[in-house]
Design a protein around this ligand. Sequence first.
Ligand code: UDP
Length: 477
Amino acid sequence: MEQDIPPPPPHVLIFLIPALGHVNSMLKLAELLSVAGLRITFLNSEYNHDRLTRHADVCSRYTCRFPGFQFKTITDGLPMDHPRVGHRFDEVLHSVKSVTPPLLKQMLIDDIKPPVDCIISDGFMSFAVDVANELGIPIIYFRTISACAFWAYFCVREIIDAGELPIKGKEDMDRLVKNVPGMETFLRCRDLPSFCRAEDPLDRNIQLFMSETRSSPRAQGLILNTFDDLEGPILSQIRTHCPNIYTIGPLQAHLKTRVPSGMQSTNGFWEVDRSCMAWLNKQPPKTVIYISYGSITTLSREDVMELWHGLVDSNKRFLWVVRPDLISGRDGDQSQIPEKLVEGTKERGYMVGWAPQEKILEHRAVGGFLTHSGWNSTLESVVAGQPMICWPYFADQQVNSRFVGQVWKLGLDMKDHVCDRKVVEKMVNDLMVEKREEFVKSTDRMSKLAWKSRYLRKLRAQPPPPPPTHRRCPSPF
Ligand code: UDP
């Protein structure tokens, strides 16, 4: 008797822009889709793939567990030794846009096998829609930012048309912005995405962020790493332009539900220093504030020193991620961490170059998070129920910060977004002691809602995936 051969699983290409925040969340999405049985090709930039695999055998962790998983790389158009952090990150985006489109098309035709059934592209690369349309492949966008930041980006055209840009100096920063529907009563000029600070509304960064975001309705759908209880009203606004939205966040909570403990992906561009976990284990509950600026934000030496003084003066315990390239020199070169800072931290603090952030946020000793308000960090904090001090630097961080402080009441928005030791000291004390009760109520509530998100409920209703295989196999690189 002939047996029915099941059709091969669909093959999805995941294509992303070269930033760690994007790599982290798109790898999580790739892992979830693999757990569901899909074949995945993960197309990363050569530079970021190199960073990702330098400290851990990330490739075989995926390819061994999921036989249909493969990594591929594509150039971002810049030499490997070109700086890509801080303000230099804009150069990466412009370079990718000019260099990548023909390469992507050629890879899809000649190189990526079996043929791709669907592309999930970072929603910041509208050229992927052109390539997909030309080749007749369905395409869905994935934006790794919050819905509120996406909507602010989307409305920049209306803001410009209404004459609300440019911002006229420091005195103009607290003016309310009237042309982002749903945010009219609280969004100030200082909360707009950082590229809106350019003097000329025709600035190439404003045009880039605006036009890329406006192209979203051209894709067949839009995936956002968020959940309806957090961003429902703003999602309704976005749906008026992009009806087909999939709110699949928080991705890390979904992974924890689907993948047995200890097998979830851990990823980063630096070697993780786990010694901080032993230090944390010795601290009393809820006494440590964790400080991190994500993967590409850089700080001036002056800001680092103000922050350090504020932390020390607060008399609170702190765990601080000082990335090797965190401090920017005047000429863009990275400079060393001041000796005073290393020595002075030893009494109540602990410093690492790169931390296991999600585990830290879940640790019983941690009671707050001083963050640059990158979306992954914000969502990880929401899931872990940690109140935040938001000190935003660029891109979407200002919008996230305003929502954390003003709308969700999950923490404090750094006053005027300026680092001053007195402000840091007061905010740390407010978050950890004075205003703790009021924040904890809202963070607990939102954490529970995150764990109950619609998509998670659907997943829970499905049978768990089979246990992962542990066979060893060589990395394809
Ligand atoms: N992260 C980490 N260890 C660190 C600092 C950050 O694992 O020491 C991770 C963090 O958990 C998050 C990502 O790096 O997933 C940073 O993403 P986010 O969107 O917050 O900021 P970005 O790096 O894009 O500015």
